[in-house]
Structure formats: structure tokens, C-alpha cells
Design a protein around this ligand. Structure first.
Ligand SMILES: Nc1ncnc2c1ncn2[C@@H]1O[C@H](COP(=O)(O)OP(=O)(O)OP(=O)(O)O)[C@@H](O)[C@H]1O
Ligand SMILES: [Mg+2]
Length: 294
């Protein structure tokens, strides 16, 4: 295992010698005596796209909320850009599963409002102009003056994507952003996000249930075992060459072994992973991480 083109396994719990841009260090979520997940370690490098895949209820959204600073972990720490995260920041934009638009504002108004929060010194005209450009990049210029109630689900999600990318965040966090959409719309938006991420060398963390989506977008795919006591059980390095599109992905050598590996994990290994008997290479407690040189 691990020799097929496109498929390389990395150590799940051993941090690199230097701290990456975002460093999740032994975090846990507990409800009473039950740990939903514990001792979760992973890093996200600058410009890297990391996907988290795992069964429902293992704690993926909780991990994303911790990364966003929306809730603190019950154990461990999150360090971004050398600083421990203690709350939300406009440096980290979130694209939710639901679009989370303000219903009384137009599409352009929603994007412009977020831009005015991010850039308090910008004039109204500058925010509106930037909002127009952001909507054009997701092919929504024609719907800029419509309110969310006048947009389809896919269009609303596009506005959410335009808004998040317009903020030029240091890290983009996405919680199953396409899961409520039909397959055609989802595919189109996946390609759009792939393009936007490549253009901006965007650091990104995304949760998905869609294995092809993870293979299309991610540089590394974290496979999370089932809870309680869930962990990052495997880290798969996606070595398939870029640019990747939905049209060329399944023709790439290495695509099928990679897909099979992840599906096998979800179908069998995810429930067999025993947190008390970690696999070879697993280092539950790790030595101190050295700070990268400034
Ligand atoms: N108040 C609570 N008491 C006990 N358990 C809770 C509580 N709130 C959440 N949980 C549990 O926390 C776990 C993690 O939830 P989370 O939403 O992070 O999962 P998820 O992996 O994102 O699932 P999905 O794929 O369905 O979105 C769930 O199993 C849920 O039952
Ligand atoms: Mg979730």
C-alpha cells in the first residue's frame, strides 16, 4: 500500500519539525466522560488545500468551528500564524453548507457588506465595485441586484463563495459547501472553487463526504475514524498532477487506487480504527514543536 501513483500515506499524528501555517495540536471535544474526538493533530501549510473526510458525527464540523475560532477545544491548542487562536478572525473566512446570506440585502449588498467589515477604510463605492467583480468571477454579474429569495440554491451558494473569496482571507474554511446542491451545480461549483483556489494560492480546509471532491481539490486528505474517541487515522497525500478538473480526473493514472483507498477506509477501516491501539507510526504525544524562523 502507498506505492500506487497518486497515493502516498503520511504519518497521521507526527507534526513536522517546524510549525505549519495552521497547527492543530492534540485537540479534543468532550461531552461529560465521552470524547467525541481526542488527540487530533494535523497541520495546514501556507497555500495548501487540506480535506477532512469521515463519517457523520465523528466531529468534523466541530474541528472546523475550532479552526474558525467559533468554539474552543476541550483539550489541546490551535496555533495559526504562530499565535494561539482564541476567537474568530476575518483572516479565516467560512463557507457554510447553507449560504448564510442576509435576506434583506441583494447579492452585491451581501458581498459589499462583508468587504466593508473587512476593510473599514474602504468607501462604499469601492466596496460595491469589488463586490461586482467578485460576483462576476463566479458568473453572477447578472444577478447582483437580486435578493437571496430570488436566487436558486446554487446561485446563493455562489454568492457565499464570492463573498468568502472577496475577503481574501489567509485561510478558507469550508464545511460541505456543495452538499445541498444537485450534482450538476455541485460539479460546476467544484471546478469554480478549484480555479479560485489556484488563482489565489489559497490556504484552505474543507470538509466533504464526496471522495471525488476531495481528490479534485485536496493536496492532502485526512481520514477521520468514527467516534467516540475519533482520531485522524490516516493522512493521504494526493500526488495527482494539477491542473485537475472533473473531466480529466478519472483518466489520471493513480486516480482509481486513490479513490479505492479512501472508499475502503470509509467502508471498513474507519470503524476498525481503535484509538487505544494506534497503528504503526502513530505518535499520540509528540515532542515540542519548534517555532519556524521568522
Ligand atoms: N451537547 C452534546 N452532547 C453530546 N454530544 C454532542 C453534543 N453536541 C454535539 N454532540 C456530538 O458531537 C459529535 C460531533 O458533531 P459534528 O457536528 O462535529 O459532527 P460531523 O462529523 O460534522 O457530522 P456530519 O458529517 O453529520 O456533519 C456528534 O456525534 C454529536 O452527536
Ligand atoms: Mg458536520
Amino acid at each position: 500500500m502507498g506505492t500506487a501513483p497518486g497515493l502516498r500515506l503520511a504519518e497521521p499524528a507526527s507534526p513536522p519539525a517546524a510549525r505549519p501555517y495552521a497547527s492543530v495540536e492534540g485537540i479534543a471535544r468532550r461531552y461529560g466522560a465521552v470524547a467525541v474526538f481526542e488527540d487530533v493533530w494535523f497541520g495546514i501549510g501556507r497555500g495548501e488545500f487540506v480535506c477532512l473526510v469521515g463519517h457523520s458525527g465523528c466531529g468534523k464540523t466541530t474541528i472546523l468551528n475550532i479552526l474558525a475560532g467559533l468554539e474552543p477545544p476541550d483539550g489541546g491548542v490551535l496555533v495559526v500564524d504562530g499565535k494561539e487562536v482564541t476567537g474568530p478572525s476575518l483572516d479565516r473566512a467560512v463557507i457554510f453548507q447553507g449560504h448564510a446570506l442576509m435576506p434583506w440585502l441583494t447579492a452585491a449588498g451581501n458581498v459589499a457588506f462583508a468587504l466593508s467589515c473587512r476593510n473599514p477604510r474602504w468607501s462604499r463605492a469601492r466596496c460595491e465595485e469589488a463586490a461586482g467583480l467578485a460576483l462576476a468571477r463566479v458568473n453572477l454579474a447578472h444577478a447582483a441586484d437580486r435578493k437571496p429569495a430570488q436566487l436558486s440554491g446554487g446561485m446563493k451558494q455562489r454568492v457565499g463563495i464570492a463573498r468568502a473569496f472577496a475577503l481574501a482571507p489567509k485561510m478558507m474554511l469550508m464545511d460541505e459547501p456543495f452538499s445541498a446542491l444537485d450534482a450538476l451545480t455541485r460539479g460546476a461549483l467544484q471546478d469554480e472553487v478549484a480555479r479560485l483556489v489556484a488563482e489565489a494560492s489559497q490556504t484552505a480546509f474543507m470538509i466533504t463526504h464526496d471522495v471525488d471532491e476531495a481528490i479534485l481539490l485536496a493536496d492532502r486528505i485526512l481520514l477521520m475514524s468514527n467516534g467516540p474517541g475519533a482520531r485522524i487515522a490516516e493522512v493521504v497525500v494526493n500526488t495527482l498532477p494539477r491542473p485537475r478538473t472533473r473531466a480529466n480526473l478519472h483518466h489520471m493514472p493513480g486516480y482509481h487506487p486513490l479513490r479505492d483507498h479512501i472508499l475502503d477506509f470509509l467502508l471498513t477501516r474507519s470503524s476498525r480504527f481503535d484509538a487505544k491501539a494506534p497503528p504503526a507510526g502513530w505518535t499520540p504525544r509528540t515532542p515540542p514543536i519548534t517555532q519556524p524562523a521568522a
